[in-house]
Design a protein around this ligand. Structure first.
Ligand code: ZN
Length: 244
């Protein structure tokens, strides 16, 4: 860890990249874990765009206790440490594959959500939008949230069959390229664009550090590798000042 702290101190532009692995500490089912949504026999349908428009109540029924229960979920030490790092000016922002809004709940301000986000829901009929809180409120007493025009609201999460959000992706790529250090947390870097974002940092002559409990295809290119996220952040939290 001393080597990491030394590298962190030397780096001028640090970006964080997070995946599902960081949320499991908060008791959140990740998509690929043992009890994750992707092990649901109907997993492919939950985030399939065609299935959504055929039967939106299927998506909302399956995700009600997974996405729309933010008030029951608490950010963990990773989320709170990253928010602290940002407030101290030590990192430029967080790029995340997660759609659980826990970085924002912890206080992070610059969060780039490359798989979209349930922060905003949009009406298919008229294009008007509703916030996460408004949709969560509606879901208390109806199976599918509706716009005032009667149209169905869809979260701006990227579903299978939809394009990734271009603006978020552009911002993530340029931030990755400009960073001299990318700290990758809880992502196995197996799916795009996660698999290629660290390459932008490497191409820009930056270094990558990976903390993940499973091997990743980029382990061989990492300056430092760690496997235990909780230990990693307990160490940094215990240090207090990471940069003098
Ligand atoms: Zn509408």
């Amino acid at each position: 860890m001393k080597r990491f702290i030394s590298l962190f101190r030397k780096s001028k532009n640090v970006v964080i990249f997070t995946g599902a692995g960081i949320s499991t500490l908060s008791g959140i089912r990740d998509f690929r874990g043992a009890d994750g949504l992707y092990n649901d026999p109907e997993a492919d349908r939950i985030f399939d765009i065609g299935a959504f428009w055929d039967e939106p109540s299927f998506y909302y029924g399956k995700t009600r206790q997974f996405i729309y229960n933010l008030e029951d979920k608490e950010p963990n030490i990773i989320h709170t440490e990253l928010a602290r790092w940002e407030s101290r000016g030590w990192i430029s922002g967080v790029i995340t594959q997660n759609i659980d809004l826990l970085h924002q709940k912890a206080g992070s301000r610059r969060v780039i959500e490359i798989h979209g986000s349930p922060r905003i829901h949009r009406c298919r009929a008229c294009g008007s939008t509703r916030t996460f809180a408004e949709v969560t409120e509606q879901l208390r007493d109806r199976p599918v949230p509706l716009c005032s025009c009667g149209g169905v609201l869809k979260p701006e999460i990227t579903f299978f069959g939809e394009a990734l959000p271009a603006d978020a992706l552009d911002e993530a790529m340029s931030l990755a390229y400009d960073s001299d250090l990318m700290l990758i947390l809880g992502s196995s870097l197996l799916v795009q664009p996660a698999a290629s974002l660290p390459l932008y940092t490497l191409r820009g002559k930056g270094k990558i550090v990976i903390v993940n409990n499973q091997p990743t295809p980029l382990d061989g290119r990492a300056a430092l590798l760690y496997s235990d996220l909780k230990e990693f952040f307990q160490y940094t939290a215990g240090l207090g000042d990471l940069k003098p």
